[in-house]
Design a protein around this ligand. Sequence first.
Ligand code: SF4
Ligand code: SF4
Length: 458
Amino acid sequence: MKLFSSKYNYSKRINSRYTLINNTLTGALDIIENDIRDLIAAKKFNSIRPNILLRLRNRGYFYSNAEKEDKILLELYNNYVKKAAGRPLRFVFCPSYQCNLRCTYCFETDLPSNPNKYMTGKILDDSIDAAEEIIKEKSGKMDSVELFGGEPLLLKNKPFVEKILEFAGKKDAPITIITNGVSAKEFIEVLLPVKNRIEMLQITIDGPREIHDKRRKYASGKGSFDQISKNIDLLLENNIRTNVRINIDNTNIEFIPDLYEYICQKNWIQYPDFSIRLAPVTDHTTLDYDNIIIPEEKLLERLIRLYDEYPVLEEIFGFYLFKPLRHILDIFNGAPNVSPRFFNCESNLLELNVFCPDGYIYACGESIGKPHLAIGRFSPKLEFYPDKKTLWTERTILNIKKCRTCRFAPICGGGCAFSSLLIYKDNSRPICERYQEVLDTFLELRGEKLFEKYMNKL
Ligand code: SF4
Ligand code: SF4
């Protein structure tokens, strides 16, 4: 019998006896014996025991008809797009392009010089009216109201922030606030009335004081650590859900244990409203690496070495920060259905409407302040630019040539549209995120542990 291997098979030997095999389209993940893997590699399908071969076929690793998989992919895509039209929308308000910090790795360095530094009263009113209009026209459902910038919690923005939070209340929408946290104290009385609605107020700390202060500082050069730390105390005392994000790169990763020790001393971990996560520093303007931003698998390797030394950190932070590992972690954690990603992120589905002081609507938070990438305007009146919208919506794994033959396409989605537009001035170039290298490294260093977990579940 002639069989065709799926385009989307990934496998990695995890020890002398077993291999992990995953189909990124169907989400199947299995452990097979190395002998079977060798037979598959040699295309000796007839030598595989019939019951095992049948199971592997049923899981989508092999097909009897070469076209069948493309047909399945297309059907799944069409269903996905139909369902996506009804997904709830996110409204992101940037009351200002200004920021009170000058972080060393900030991607928004040109924003403070933008002539539209702050929203005016009219711009804010227009943004809220536009949100209402978009909700009516589109899915009718609202996922969240978010505050972003620049820095949203600047004193000058206070009445605007109040109005945006009121709007969230009126729409019964959860609130997310992305802030550097230095002025959170001045906003407490504005946040308290909506505290049950705040899903997450995210503040970044990049390490213990001496490391954080080198990276996240005021324009004067003074560090922001002490102020932020005091404000986190205050937020937690007031039961406001606070998430500390630690941006990591090659230069601060080794200080995670010191920061964790500080957090334990502060007792933040004991607060039910406190959460913490790691996030890799990214630079969407280039595909090159340097001494600060290193290839993801190298960062992963360094993190695993750290976890080996401080196992508690692995329990707390895990590996979800690495996008190439998320699907495997989800499957191991029992996710009922890991559906393929035809797009990279919610920006491709135009689920984000980012309203900015310049009156433009952006599809992605990182593209703000670049009017040539805006998908429309909300002031003086609401209008969308169909040609700009397609820059995001047409970027799918079906439209990017290299992605059509990539085994990781259903878990990657083609990479960041914003990077493709910035780097290549073209929305149809792949932005690869080193799936093979990250998965290989992870399974080399943690495959045995995963295998044990898997066997214990059987
Ligand atoms: S962007 Fe790169 S890794 Fe992602 S699907 Fe396309 S070719 Fe594959
Ligand atoms: S387009 Fe890129 S930068 Fe923008 S939200 Fe998506 S992944 Fe992030």
